[in-house]
Write a new protein. Structure first.
Length: 459
């Protein structure tokens, strides 16, 4: 394949083959130097040769520089004007310096545009730089990446603060999100939606140092989400209204309209963070409208918000109407179960147990089972409750399901595999449940016992 591509492009790709031969994710360090007297910006790019191979024996490591394409753009600080469009820099040695001339002011570099290479980039962006890129970068990937980094920083800040501490969204971050939200130039509204979504707890945990309190992290993310909703409430409301379909407007299935629905429903999600009478009414109105138009996307979005306000009449009505509308369609009924099982409500486990009493629930149908039990395993606030009831429930279900479907049961047992990242109290609770499962070794299927014994051995 490499030879064919090389012949077709008249290019020697032997160095590029290192991508196939070296394990791990390459790491790239970038540093900039601005010379105001000459109007030049120099970018020194260094690849950490052999990164990701430390686990291999010396004789199996390949300490050779890779060919890494780094697409760079330069933006004028303050105005956001692109002073240099995307340019491919080929990093072929361990370290290279690239100089850009004819600049009047120090620009902000936009690195690795279009995700030009699957590498980890280390560049000392300030929060102001990240907010600037999130607001002005013409590259959608880097705009998303900057917003993700800012969101992660804010969530971690709240997580590290004393419980109950007041939190206010930084003005620069709020302005960047506002500019993304109100952007009328980007044609693909899905890209704006992605940039406005906060990083998931699972992604955050990958970058945090254990021990981690998962519920506290979930609450920290919720606090930042609500702060965004508060700061941008008027903009979110206006954008939601702009994207709302006209009366009688048909549902169009294409990329443009899918983007409109995605951004509109993102606005609805943020506005639902208040869980007040206005947000209940807004969701109820969209649910009713979506039913009339036959738009499942909008219907699911409103339903997902309403089930997190479970004691309101509107929520109860939506739960009944959604199930009735499904008319027995298995995929839609699975959504009905799953939305409720994953709802961020205080009594999530009790609601899951009631769902399992529903006539349409059965442990014998893998998809129906996953829509409730497996979804509950991803419900951070309820699965990780400090009383341990979520863990005990999962153990009980693994034992029951293993008799019917060992493959599904073994995957359910994997919900305990992140125990080492958690706080000591939760580690102890999970170890208790793993001990229970491990003691049933003679009764468990081969698939499930293999998972349980592996996780238990590490514990």
């Amino acid at each position: 394949f490499r030879a064919a591509m090389a012949d077709a492009n008249s290019r020697d790709l032997s160095q590029f083959e290192e991508w196939y031969l070296q394990p791990g994710t390459p790491q790239v360090e970038v540093r900039s130097s601005w010379d105001a007297s000459k109007g030049t910006l120099s970018l020194t790019i260094k690849q950490k040769v052999g990164a990701g191979q430390a686990h291999l024996p010396e004789d199996r490591r390949r300490n050779k520089a890779m060919l890494i394409p780094v697409v760079v753009g330069l933006l004028e600080r303050g105005t956001g004007k692109e002073v240099m469009p995307s340019k491919v820099l080929e990093l072929t040695t361990e370290e290279q310096t690239f100089t850009f001339e004819g600049l009047s002011t120090e620009p902000v570099p936009s690195l690795l545009r279009d995700f030009s290479a699957p590498v980890k980039v280390d560049y000392p962006y300030s929060d102001e730089d990240l907010a600037f890129l999130a607001a002005f970068d013409t590259d959608s990937f880097n705009r998303w990446e900057a917003a993700q980094q800012l969101g992660a920083k804010e969530i971690k800040k709240v997580y590290a603060a004393a419980p109950g501490s007041a939190y206010q969204l930084p003005a620069g971050y709020a302005d960047a999100l506002r500019r993304i939200l109100t952007d009328k130039e980007t044609s693909d509204l899905s890209l704006l939606s992605y940039a406005l979504v906060l990083p998931a707890e699972s992604a955050l945990m990958e970058t945090m140092t254990p021990p981690i309190n998962p519920v506290h992290l979930h609450e920290a993310r919720g606090a930042v989400r609500k702060a965004i909703a508060t700061a941008l409430k008027d903009d979110l409301t206006k954008r939601y209204q702009e994207l709302s379909p006209a009366a009688g407007e048909p549902v169009v299935i294409d990329g443009v309209n899918a983007g409109k629905r995605r951004l509109r429903n993102l606005c609805l999600g943020y506005l639902s963070a208040f869980q007040d009478a206005d947000s209940v009414a807004l969701n109820a109105a969209q649910f009713k409208e979506a039913r009339a138009r036959g738009c499942m996307t909008d219907k699911l979005a409103a339903f997902g918000n309403l089930v997190e306000m479970p004691d309101t009449p509107e929520s109860k009505q939506a739960i009944g109407a959604f199930f009735e509308d499904a008319k027995g369609d298995a995929l839609v009924v699975n959504k009905w179960f799953g939305m409720q099982a994953g709802a961020d409500v205080p009594d999530g486990l009790a609601r899951v147990q009631r769902l399992m009493e529903h006539p349409d629930f059965t442990l014998k149908n893998p998809n129906r089972l996953r829509s409730v039990v497996s979804v509950f395993g991803g419900n951070v606030a309820n699965f990780h409750k400090i009383d341990g009831t979520g863990y005990a429930f999962m153990t009980k279900m693994v034992l029951e399901v293993d008799k019917l479907n060992p493959q599904v049961a073994s995957r359910m047992a994997l919900t305990f595999s992140t125990w080492a990242k958690l706080d000591p109290a939760r580690q102890a609770l999970i170890k208790e449940q793993l001990a229970v499962l491990n003691s049933k070794g003679g009764e468990l299927s081969k698939d499930t016992f293999e998972v349980v014994s592996r996780v238990y051995k590490v514990a």
